[in-house]
Design a protein around this ligand. Structure first.
Ligand SMILES: N[C@@H](CCC(=O)N[C@@H](CS)C(=O)NCC(=O)O)C(=O)O
Ligand SMILES: [Zn+2]
Ligand SMILES: [Zn+2]
Length: 191
């Protein structure tokens, strides 16, 4: 059987709604769920194959998008949250009981500081931005996927209309490099 990339990818992608303005995320505990309220849609939603992003059981990829940190608040059971790895760039806040990651936050100087990372599948609402691309695809090998499987994985993404990258998309890589260049005082060449 072909491996599951992610339930939101495997059977084709459902487009989000441009008028959608946010909703709530819940952890997977049967009671006392952690609740996070998002006051806008997400952006740059994508599949991530890295080992650090939360994935549902059986999926090779995470689906993760960003939202301004001011648009995110923990609205129930915040005491159940704990940071998975305090030394990571993205501080992923997970539910101590069910393990789901509710949001990831960057506190250090970084091009994506000010944006939180969230998994919209934790919401019952419909209209969230659909995945735009797949990143960190080769990283699934580090978690046990066979190198010979990679063509099949990339073909599956392309079949649902998603480009695949082994880090991030060109737009996001350009943002990171622009930040790095500006930090080091580079003057861009005139076109
Ligand atoms: N190959 C590595 C890649 C990890 C990685 O760099 N993940 C990216 C995408 S989420 C990142 O920005 N990580 C920052 C962090 O985890 O704090 C892995 O799979 O663990
Ligand atoms: Zn939970
Ligand atoms: Zn990741």
């Amino acid at each position: 059987m072909a491996p599951s990339l992610h339930p939101l990818i495997d059977n084709g992608i459902t487009p989000g709604s441009s008028s959608f303005s946010g909703g709530k995320l819940h952890c997977r505990c049967s009671s006392d769920q952690v609740e996070v309220t998002l006051k806008s849609n997400v952006a740059h939603n994508h599949a991530c194959g890295c080992s650090k992003c939360w994935k549902p059981e059986g999926a090779l990829f995470s689906i993760v998008g960003v939202i301004p940190r001011d648009a995110l608040s923990v609205t129930a059971n915040a005491s159940k949250l704990s940071i998975v790895d305090k030394d990571a760039t993205i501080q992923r806040n997970a539910c101590k009981d069910c393990g789901v990651h509710l949001f990831g936050r960057i506190e250090k100087d970084h091009p994506f500081k000010g944006l939180d990372f969230v998994h919209v599948e934790l919401s019952d609402e419909k209209g969230w931005q659909e995945p735009q691309f797949a990143g960190f695809v080769s990283s699934i090998i580090e978690q046990g996927s066979h190198p010979n499987q990679m063509d099949e994985v990339r073909d599956k993404f392309r079949a649902v209309g998603l480009q695949t990258y082994d880090v991030l998309s060109p737009a996001l890589m350009d943002l990171i490099s622009t930040f790095t260049a500006q930090k080091s005082g580079i003057r861009f060449a005139n076109l």
